[in-house]
Write a protein that binds this ligand. Structure first.
Ligand code: SF4
Length: 156
């Protein structure tokens, strides 16, 4: 399992994630093949549902009144990975980070950040994770403003 970068208390007190401005969003969560099967969904995108004027759409597992994920313990790979992302850059899949995340904004120049990014790159460039990512390239998106950190592999 991937080590968590943002401390859980900080992550769960944030009002940023799991909410979306549009029904179809590049930021919506894409599921691994095994997650799609486990959740018995027809599509790879986790469904978004209308919420409120302030938060137009939320993830189907998000409870706005409690600011809580109903599936937190078994949340998808992409949710565990965030604020890190798999970004499509030309024909490459690149480890990237979302600078909209307030914790990233605070830590991006720190040793904690560079150590964690190096840990993730090493994890994803070797063994089971590399095979998993190559088998699930559909989860790599084209994220606006993402900062690319490390090329992982090419799409051939
Ligand atoms: S599965 Fe949970 S953590 Fe992931 S987007 Fe939905 S509510 Fe948020």
């Amino acid at each position: 399992m991937i080590k968590q970068f943002v401390p859980q208390k900080i992550c769960l007190s944030c009002q940023g994630c799991c909410r979306f401005a549009e029904a179809k969003s590049v930021w919506s969560v894409r599921l691994l093949k095994e997650e799609k099967k486990r959740l018995r969904l027809a599509a790879y995108d986790l469904p978004l549902i209308p919420a409120s004027a302030h938060q137009p759409y939320v993830c189907v597992f998000f409870m706005p009144c409690k600011n809580k994920c109903l599936e937190y313990a078994t949340r998808p790979f992409e949710c565990r990975l965030y604020p890190f992302l798999l970004n499509r850059f030309g024909n490459k899949v690149v480890l990237a980070v979302d600078t909209h995340c307030p914790f990233v904004q605070k830590t991006i120049h720190s040793k904690k950040f560079s150590s964690y990014a190096a840990y993730l790159a090493k994890l994803f460039l070797t063994g089971p994770y590399l095979a998993l990512l190559k088998d699930n390239v559909h989860i790599a998106g084209c994220y606006p403003d993402a900062v690319n950190l490390k090329e992982l592999f090419s799409l051939t």
